[in-house]
Design a protein around this ligand. Structure first.
Ligand SMILES: NC(=O)CC[C@H](N)C(=O)O
Length: 353
């Protein structure tokens, strides 16, 4: 007999096995990543989502906190064909429901055909299908989570020291730890600021570059971050990853749109239009830039032609839709962080102007 239920917005309820008990709801998405479950499950970009792993066995090399991208599990629940005891126990300890023994091929096919959708989960000895449906019906669309940044951002400025090579002001919209360490490893001092920092807070840091991080939810809801970008456009070099690309583009006069089911995985091919080279990238996003405003498209997704990289020599902006920090995933695009440091070093800082 089943002790877990997954309710989908299309009316179906799937039976599963409870691996970590609880009831919850979220936007149902899938990742095709076959490795990196520790990083994915701690990536703040997954807040308010239920993460399905298409790879059938998750947890086969244990759980090590040094691989974590933040200090808690971020998706609201996890679904896999088979979760090992290590992962199940970790998720149970964190209070995050997890289920397995379900046909994840069916879930992936459904999300591909019908799009990311509301989902409810009920798992544990007393769980009923009705509980899962009740959760699913209470699930809000992602864009209704207007203050999602508050769930994932630092509340106080925090400095991570490198070697004083450059000062980076990083707007923490839900930053992955490896984005910060990719900058400190290259010598930058990273001043992590809350997602709702003001232009004055940024000016106080006197940065060489403004960096807008990855993060969960709808980029149009990151209003304060867009105001900061708008304020410093043309004065301060800027860089962004994923949500950061979306926020910077919107603030500069472009726009974003929601994709049907997004890109989540570690083998998304990206072509650089200047060199014609293709690299494999890690991705985790459900929105995309549709109008690039004043920014030039430098990289595109080989599968669907969506915008992967934007530059502006005039405004000193470089952004990426994918995750060059590669945790998890291929290291092909780590050079992005060298480019960010070059940008920081090439231009006088705001206060020096
Ligand atoms: N990883 C991210 O930064 C995700 C950005 C945004 N929340 C999206 O889904 O598109």
């Amino acid at each position: 007999m089943s002790d877990a239920y997954i309710a989908l917005a299309d009316g179906r309820v799937l039976e599963a096995r409870a691996r970590a008990p609880g009831r919850t709801r979220g936007e149902l998405v899938f990742t095709t990543a076959y490795t990196g479950y520790e990083e994915s499950l701690t990536d703040p970009s997954y807040a308010e989502q239920i993460l399905t792993f298409s790879y059938p066995l998750i947890g086969n090399y244990g759980v090590r906190s040094e691989r974590f991208e933040s200090d808690s599990v971020q998706p609201r629940a996890a679904i896999a064909r088979e979760l090992t005891d290590d992962v199940a126990e970790w998720l149970a300890d964190e209070g995050v429901p997890a289920v397995d023994h379900v046909d994840t091929r069916e879930i992936v096919t459904t999300v591909r055909e019908e799009g990311a959708m509301a989902c409810g989960i009920a798992a544990g000895p007393d769980a009923t299908p009705e509980d899962a449906v009740e959760e699913m019906e209470a699930c809000k669309p992602m864009s209704d989570h207007v203050d999602i940044g508050a769930q994932v951002s630092v509340t106080e400025p925090t400095v991570y020291e490198g070697d004083g090579v450059a000062d980076v002001a990083l707007l923490d919209c839900g930053a992955k730890g490896s984005i910060i360490s990719s900058l400190t490893e290259r010598g930058a001092d990273v001043h992590v600021l809350p997602y709702d920092a003001t232009p004055e807070d940024v000016a106080d840091v006197d940065p060489d570059v403004l960096f807008v991080s990855n993060g969960p939810g709808d980029p149009e809801n990151f209003v304060a971050a867009q105001e900061v970008v708008d304020e410093f456009a043309g004065e301060l070099p800027m860089a962004g990853i994923c949500l950061g690309q979306q926020v910077i583009t919107s603030a500069l006069g472009g726009s974003t749109e929601k994709m049907a089911f997004g890109h989540r995985g570690v083998n998304q091919p990206v072509k650089d239009l200047r060199t014609d080279k293709v690299v494999m990238t890690t991705q985790n996003h459900g929105y995309t830039v549709d109008d690039t405003g004043p920014l030039e498209v430098t990289q595109v997704n080989v599968n669907d032609d969506t915008v992967e990289g934007l530059d502006s020599e005039e405004l000193d902006v470089i952004t990426r839709q994918y995750h060059p920090e590669a945790n998890p995933g291929p290291h092909d695009s780590l050079g992005f962080f060298d480019d960010v440091l070059d940008l920081a070093r090439s231009t006088p800082s705001v206060a020096a102007d």
